[in-house]
Design a binder for this molecule. Sequence first.
Ligand code: DCP
Length: 150
Amino acid sequence: PLRRLRSARAERLVAAATAVGAGAVVVATALVRDGAVLAAQRTRPPALAGRWELAGGRVEAGEAEEDAVVRECREELGCAVSPTGRVGTDLLIDAGVLRVHAAVLVDGSAPTALEHAGLRWVGPAELEAVDWVDADRAVLPDLRALLGPS
Ligand code: DCP
């Protein structure tokens, strides 16, 4: 079940649940270049294969979220990124809580699909048409605001 958390109280409940091991923190990267965001096509699990996501993964114990963003982009996309801040609110997913961070490419770096079936840069006008995984679709209003008008 997916729902947006709006209250500070709800945010604290997620923090408490995460602290006792009830779920993982998963970071996703809104990598922005030239007014477009990078979408990556999942290969697993079967239920999500073929659908598109913001690249990311589980934050490791003791790891800062920004460091997880940098690590996941290096592992999955083979590129160097610099995080620039949170996008949207916490999202509850089966694995725990999903937190999106915006990021930009470090000069000269470019993403490659090392673990995904494909990559595409998505401008504001195309955001809606992409077959996003459910959690990432919930971030579209925030992505639109991040990218600006089409
Ligand atoms: N997820 C999501 N949206 C994203 C990224 C991830 O909904 N943009 C979800 C899908 C998975 C969970 O988060 O249920 C973990 O994502 P990954 O499998 O990509 O992350 P890891 O490879 O780090 O996790 P695992 O330990 O499962 O291999």
